[in-house]
Write a protein that binds this ligand. Structure first.
Ligand SMILES: [Zn+2]
Length: 296
């Protein structure tokens, strides 16, 4: 006999009339923010958390909260902290981008799920309510977001990671364009621009706290990364290589080190910040130097 103990981890809180999220589980397990949305007749789970237990608990809690069956599970991207609980949704339908599907690790057997994969955009409509799924890439191949226009909420996955995780710095990470493993900042810029043009009151990030001032937040993200881009493009044009280029002295970076140094253990946090900035530096250098070499 096989028993699976469902842990009582997930605590759903309402952030708008039809949307609930759990931000607690992420601090206890290496899990993303998870949540769900009611379309009146059924609900859609957003992300499945990092483990089967979290996925099962999310499904039960969504059912109880809305008193409706769960019909779909949407995954923003392929990383384990977002899809680790997906087996709990084997009776539901998975929604993900075609590119996300193609880039799932080989050991994940998608054949046992019913699946709705989309190229660029997918809409689920139920009476007056609709949910839009958009592929924007950036963070990883096929990264997608879910947007609920009637309540102006955007589930953005790891395109955003907020406090207290990233020392007050805008977040950008790169896991794509294998085998080079360098990313594409321009996809982030395009995504930020798209979000700026949308009517959004709340952004639910992949990790951290929800963003209640999206326009201001997007401006800050864009300004920071544009500052980096300008710096790297100028340095590359001067003929400097990766080792010769320093990160620019930007106020947000100075501030981030102050935060890192105030945390305990200090050396661990400073190392973590050093590593993040090193990844940013390498990614910006590789991407923009690649472009200029290609233009030669
Ligand atoms: Zn994540």
């Amino acid at each position: 006999m096989y028993f699976l103990i469902v842990s009582e981890m997930v605590k759903l809180e309402k952030i708008s009339d039809h949307i609930v999220i759990d931000t607690e589980t992420q601090s206890m397990s290496r899990s993303s923010i998870i949540g769900g949305i009611s379309l009146g007749k059924y609900s859609i789970a957003i992300e499945s958390g990092s483990t089967l237990e979290i996925g099962m608990d999310l499904k039960l809690k969504l059912r109880d909260f809305f008193n409706l069956p769960v019909k779909y599970l949407f995954l923003t991207h392929t990383h384990n902290d977002h899809r680790g609980g997906m087996d709990a949704f084997s009776d539901e339908t998975l929604i993900m981008s075609e590119k996300c599907k193609e880039n799932m690790p080989k050991r994940i057997r998608l054949s046992k799920f019913s699946l709705e994969a989309f190229e660029e955009k997918h809409i689920i409509q139920e009476n007056e309510l609709s949910m839009e799924f958009l592929k924007v890439a950036g963070h990883s191949i096929g990264s997608s977001v879910a947007y609920f226009p009637s309540e102006k909420v955007l589930f953005a996955g790891d395109l955003f990671i907020t406090e207290p995780i990233n020392f007050g710095l805008p977040f950008m990470s790169f896991y794509q364009n294998k085998p080079k493993r360098t990313g594409n900042p321009e996809e982030y810029f395009a995504a930020f621009e798209l979000f700026k043009s949308m009517d959004i009151d709340v952004i639910v990030p992949g990790h951290g706290q929800i963003i209640n001032n999206p326009q201001e937040y997007l401006d800050k993200q864009t300004a920071f990364f544009n500052g980096l881009k300008t710096h790297f493009v100028a340095e590359i044009k001067r003929g400097n290589n990766l080792e010769e280029i320093e990160m620019p002295s930007m106020e947000l970076i100075v501030h981030a080190y102050k935060i890192a140094e105030s945390r305990k253990p200090k050396s661990k946090h400073v190392r973590f910040l050093d590593h993040y900035l090193e990844v940013l530096k390498t990614s910006f250098y590789n991407y923009y130097s690649g472009i200029f070499h290609n233009l030669d």
